[in-house]
Design a protein around this ligand. Sequence first.
Ligand SMILES: Cc1cc2nc3c(=O)[nH]c(=O)nc-3n(C[C@H](O)[C@H](O)[C@H](O)COP(=O)(O)OP(=O)(O)OC[C@H]3O[C@@H](n4cnc5c(N)ncnc54)[C@H](O)[C@@H]3O)c2cc1C
Length: 396
Amino acid sequence: MLINNQRCPDKDNNEYTLYDAIITGAGIAGLACSVYLSRAGFKVCVIERKKEIGYPVCCGEAVSKKSLHDSGFYHPSYIDSKVKGYRVYYPDDNYMEVDSQGYLLNRGAFEKYLCCLAEKSGVKILLKTPVLSCFQDREKVTVKTSCGVFEGKYLIAADGPESLCASFFSPEKNKWLPAAQYRIKENGVPGACKRSEFLGFYYDSLSPYYFWNFEKSGYSNIGGCVSDKTILCDFINKRFTGGDRKIHEFVRGKIPAGGLKKKIVFGRVALIGDAAGAVNPVSLAGIYGALMSAKLSAEAAVLSLKTGVNSMSKYEKDMKKSNFTRMELKYLAKKCSGYPEKALLFLGGYFTGRKFHTIDIRLFLKMLKKYPVVLKYLIPMFIHRNLLIKETDNMW
Ligand SMILES: Cc1cc2nc3c(=O)[nH]c(=O)nc-3n(C[C@H](O)[C@H](O)[C@H](O)COP(=O)(O)OP(=O)(O)OC[C@H]3O[C@@H](n4cnc5c(N)ncnc54)[C@H](O)[C@@H]3O)c2cc1C
């Protein structure tokens, strides 16, 4: 498929190539963008520091049906299982249910699939090639790597949550939350694996953010926005009692948490995916942001390359029309984390397994009598209830 040890082919061939676009980072965003651009007939080079596309996997691997199908990259080969929706669990194990169809992916296979498409349409993919610096002048962008210097008409920075490329152009700091995840073999945690058709999100006093349990065919991805491994272990021991746990893998990563960056286009340079902060501030899901920003940035680059007029600002405008920059979502993200235990118990007692969109005024008032002080925490969520219902499929 691709040449793992390829090193600086331009130098090897002893010929200079001015690429139409250089893409830094061969994650979902970078690979998807390279496919869109090369299919439009442009010469693209993707520069990646890892030695293998798609691995190691550091992801819960969940994406909504709508997001994947909108990208045009749906293919059954990398789908692990279908998802009917998700359940939000509260400390007493009561839950609230939301219908929203989606998939659990084999993410490594998904990235390899995108890589195959990219190579088929002529993209040059360089592995084991860390980007060291980049800059632009009026005509082109220059990317310095450990294996040589590459030049292109446009630079798409898709180098993830700690984007080095972004730091050369954007004064905005990369803001992220630490995340950790265990991959636990099925039967290892009885109870963690029985709800196969729903993603599980768990609110617990151990962390202000949610934990997740996504059950795939062979194992569960159980993780949370925590830096301390022991907190995740405490969560697993507390919520999934008993059983013989077989930990398959432990990974750590970073999730952009500041929402879409204020500026994501700088002349001939566009930031996409996690590098742009294209992660939903409420759900913290980023695969759909990676896919969407890849598509919109590629459209703007195609227009720029076809007309010879830099139209990359169209990408920034298009992204700002999407739900990433909605004030309500930013507001909800601030207000809907760090709930006190009582507010969580209120929600558990109120929903008791019902769907989020259903209303039970009597029960609401009854619960309010029991926990009167919690109302102030819940107002933001109930005010924006309709938005959350309407946008469910666009949130992940
Ligand atoms: C633990 C965890 C669980 C998650 N679960 C989900 C989930 O279930 N659903 C969901 O929607 N989102 C989830 N996310 C978020 C999601 O994984 C990201 O938003 C998504 O991967 C962003 O894709 P990307 O292509 O922008 O970045 P990445 O996937 O991070 O790809 C960036 C690429 O750039 C490369 N790179 C970085 N620096 C350099 C450099 N200097 N030179 C060359 N290459 C470089 C990296 O090696 C990497 O391959 C999760 C995140 C974490 C950490």
